[in-house]
Write a protein that binds this ligand. Structure first.
Ligand code: KG4
Ligand code: ZN
Length: 331
């Protein structure tokens, strides 16, 4: 059994977790910065970096104590090294380097997107490579063919906004605060998904890419015209977003080599309507559908520890202490 300490600090969640190679999360802790950022309607990088710096060490201490472990029990220290807000990423990475150095353990520098991409395998021991992955978060919107650890074929990406960003902007327009995804989902339950005519950008286009900027502008116009209830706008937006996702993912699957499953990960994968829609789409292709449990969808450290475990298992070498944090780092 291998044990890895994971650290996540790339956006607005400070998180630490201890995960074993037999898929047990021994302890995990997340400090959300929602309160600090919500007055600004989005994440303020400087505030985020300071909050990570204040909270990370006590969080790590807490998970170690909770699990009754010390650094000496860990086989590696894994931390997000990018992509993300550079100040926050540096806080997590430099902490991991210090811990790795002090305990003489290997440092595993993890691409945050790889954390999301492999997270479904932490929850589902039956999930085998290769699988088709819709990775939908606040910063990313991609379809990948996950072929193995460190082996990702990117099939599609967004040409403008990420899907989570569209949810967050819709929430801002409707005055629902930040983060917007869960609030839009909740309000949408009370609305009519057909009430507001909204565009479905790029639907039926040949390449499976995404675009959400036009949808966001249409939401703003629908709100400003004053003819629709907020609930109808939320429901119609969510439906339009789902239609785009289903069409684009269908297109991607049609052109993709065989896969074992359709998988959804990233913060937006927490959305029940989107999960249900994707489950139906997977059935069209005779594929099982899986998505991690909700706490593993949004940013967390268990997925970073798990990516570290997967990399160790696959024989990847430890990363050097000179390694730099990367604000941009495509998979
Ligand atoms: O993966 P994540 O925690 O952070 C990034 O790596 O970006 O994703 C956060 C994004 C936010 O845009 C948030 O609004 C969205 O995921 N999100 C949701 C839901 N929960 C979180 N979007 C739609 N429905 C949800 N239930
Ligand atoms: Zn994320």
């Amino acid at each position: 059994m291998t044990l890895v300490l994971g650290i996540e600090s790339s956006c607005d969640e400070t998180a630490a977790a201890l995960v074993t190679s037999d898929r047990r999360i021994l302890a995990q802790a997340i400090a959300s910065q929602e309160e600090e950022h919500s007055p600004y309607g989005g994440v303020v990088p400087e505030i985020a970096a300071r909050a990570h710096a204040e909270r990370l060490a006590p969080l790590i201490d807490k998970v170690l104590k909770e699990a009754g472990k010390t650094l000496a029990d860990c086989d590696a220290i894994a931390a997000t090294a990018g992509p993300g807000l550079i100040g926050g990423v540096m806080v997590g990475l430099v902490t991991a380097k210090a811990l790795a150095m002090a305990s003489d353990k290997p440092l595993m520098a993890i691409n945050h997107l790889e954390g999301h991409a492999l997270s479904p395998r932490l929850a589902d021991s039956d999930l085998r490579f290769p699988y088709a992955l819709l990775l939908v978060s606040g910063g990313h919107c991609q379809i990948l063919r996950v072929q193995g650890v460190g082996n990702y074929q990117r099939i599609a990406t967004t040409i403008d906004d990420a899907l989570g960003e569209a949810f967050d902007k819709t929430a801002k327009i409707l005055g629902l605060g930040y983060p917007g995804g869960p609030a839009v989902e909740k309000l949408a339950r009370e609305g009519d998904a057909q009430a507001v005519p909204l565009p479905r950008p790029l639907v039926h286009s040949k390449e499976p890419h995404f675009s959400f900027a036009g949808l966001k502008s249409a939401v703003l116009r629908a709100h400003d015209c004053g003819e629709h209830s907020d609930a109808d706008i939320a429901a119609s937006f969510q439906q339009a977003a789902l239609d785009c996702i289903l069409d684009r993912t269908r297109r991607a699957l049609s052109g993709m080599d065989a896969v074992s499953a359709l998988v959804c990960a990233g913060g937006v994968a927490a959305n029940q309507t989107i999960r249900a829609g994707l489950e139906g789409l997977a059935a069209e292709f005779d594929l099982p559908f899986t998505a991690p449990p909700l706490p593993l969808c949004t940013d967390n450290a268990a997925m970073i520890a798990w990516a570290g475990l997967e990399r160790l298992n696959a024989g990847f070498a430890a990363d050097p202490l000179e390694l730099k944090a990367r604000p941009r780092w495509p998979l």
